[in-house]
Structures are given as C-alpha cells and as structure tokens.
Unconditional design. Sequence first.
Length: 268
Amino acid sequence: MNTADLLEQIVREVQKGAAYQDVHPGLIRRVAAQMLQRKRNFREVVKATRNKIYQVGGAYFEQDFPYERWKAELATIDPRDKSRLSAYCRNILQQHASTRERLPILETFYETLFEPLAPVYSVLDLACGLNPLALPWMPLAPEATYLACDIYRDMVSFLNGFLNHLKQNGNVEWWDLLEGSPPYQVQVALLLKVIPCLEQLDKNIVLLLLQSIQAEHIVVSFPAHSLGGRRKGMPENYETHFRNLISQLPWQVKRYEFPSELVFVLNR
C-alpha cells in the first residue's frame, strides 16, 4: 500500500471514533501524516493522531454537547428578549473551557477591545468554538456581518442555526486553519487563545496564518493560566514569544490584560 492510500485508511480509522467523526478531515489528514513519520504501527498512528487532536481541541470539551436540546430551547426564545437570550448564551458558554474562562469579564471584554475600533461592521472569528454565543455582548454596528469558522462540523451546524435565529448577517464555516484563513475581507478578525493550539500542530504556521488574514485589525489573545488553573508565568512567556514572532511585521500593536486573558490588537 502506498503512503497516500495508507494515510486515507488512517483518516477513516480515526473518524470511527465518536469524538472525531465531525472533525475536519483536512486536519485529521495533516496530523496523521505527521504521526506516520514517527510511528511504524498502524494502531499507534491512529492513537497518536486522536491524542493530538484531543489536545488541541477535544480537551476543551468536558462532555458531548447536547446540540439538539440547545436547538429546541433556542426555538422557544424571542431574540428580542435580551434577558432570556443572555441567560441561554451564558449557560452554553459555560460548557466550553475556553469561553467559560471569559464569562467573568464578558461584560467588559468586547466593549474594551471594540470601542477604539468602532463602529465595527464585520468580524471574522477564527477557530471560534462556542464564541458566537457571545454576540449579545459584542458592540457591533447595526447590520454588521459576523463570520466564523471551526473544525467541528456539528458545532458549525449548531452555530449557523443560532445566527439564523438571531437574524444575524453572516455564517460559520467548517474550516482547517492550518490551510490558512478563510478568504474574507473584514474589519476585525478574532484569534482568541488559538495560537498555542496551532503551534502544537505546526511551529511555523502562525506567522503564515497572520499574514493570510484579510483584516484591518487582528485581535490575538492568550490564556493567562492553564486549563488546570496554573499561571506559572504563562502571560510573560506568551508575550515574549508573540512579540518576537511579529517583530518583523509592520503592524502597530496595542496590549490589553484581563484577569484570565492577555490580548494584543494588531493594526495594519
């Protein structure tokens, strides 16, 4: 069996796992190709591929998301009922480790970051996770367009239903960022706590990705602590690494620090 056929066989085997059925096949294929260079045994390659994908995505899921129940509940909510909609969104944001960390600062996070850029007419949320559920807290201009992407097909489907229910201009795409950014021209791109995950897959991808994003402003953030809650100098290390990474780029940088998140806004 040639390498290409073997790789496709590995991808299919990885996808047999329930947690990997909806992962973008391009990502599975890329990770599997890396593991195929390090492992000789077929089962070892499959296991290593699943483990790596779990590390960069699945670790943020503490349980399977009940999308059908969430859809049914959403159908009963009038988008004009701000109080009920906000409660619904907060409950779902609580289910994902990354967005859960942002809940205590949600009231001020987007206001602080978007106010200097206002009015914000278009947003591209890269590797968004459940972050589109934070739309009620984003001070966007009327009729603004909200675009997003993620590697999980079932999540993408749910989020598109959410945008449709809100009658929000935009859509969410099933996308692998290792192939670059979706080719949209926008005012603001969000790359929230994504870089550490991408660098686990490809140490050289971030600079290429940043250069592929067609946005006037790119909001990049890093976690201030690990999933286990340890800080261990993480903000300082991330800041040094990121500033070195972008040192040759002709962009202006503004820094913001929140209790759970370190943020940089790149202005072209």
